[in-house]
Design a protein around this ligand. Structure first.
Ligand SMILES: [Zn+2]
Length: 163
């Protein structure tokens, strides 16, 4: 999992820095790997990997002292969330959208999942009820592809039906 760190710049602005784990070497046996690991981390210091979830403390300039480092996320309105969801629907990267909105990515993901669920439920509720088979999927009797079955499709997917 990636970690994040806050970094304050000289002009007082705060950057969120993503710490991406990257493999720097691969070893066939553990003893060998540990020797290099010890070399990199310091010989007799078997501390567990440092937690990356917590923002690193930043040197705060006197003027910025009142700003709390923990309150880095904004609180979008419902409309702003909806807009973000449409970006995600369009295939935008979850992380990029979260960063742009200054919200926690996991919060965005949770909200997005709930929103998608509601959308699906609404779509199902609004679907025509006269022909329940319209919501069913079947396997094409010609090619076996899964397709959305209708009364007119005669058990054929669109490709076989028209082909
Ligand atoms: Zn077919």
């Amino acid at each position: 999992m990636n970690g994040y760190e806050l970094r304050q710049k000289d002009d007082g602005s705060i950057e969120i820095v993503e710490i991406v784990p990257s493999v720097i070497a691969t070893f066939a046996d553990r003893a060998h790997a540990e020797r290099y690991f010890d070399f990199l981390t310091g010989p007799k210091d078997p501390v567990p990997p440092r937690p990356t979830a917590l923002p690193a403390p930043v040197e705060t300039a006197p003027a910025a002292r009142t700003a709390k480092a923990t309150q880095t996320f904004s609180d979008p309105t419902g409309e702003e969330w909806e807009k973000a969801f449409t970006y995600l629907m369009a295939g935008e990267d979850m992380k990029a959208v979260a960063a742009r909105m200054s919200v926690d990515m996991y919060k965005l993901r949770g909200k997005y999942a709930a929103w998608r669920r509601r959308q699906n439920e609404r779509a199902a509720a609004e679907a025509p009820t006269g022909n329940p088979a319209a919501l069913e999927t079947s396997d094409c009797r010609m090619c076996g592809r899964t397709f959305r079955d209708t009364a007119e499709s005669d058990g054929l997917c669109a490709r076989c039906f028209h082909g």
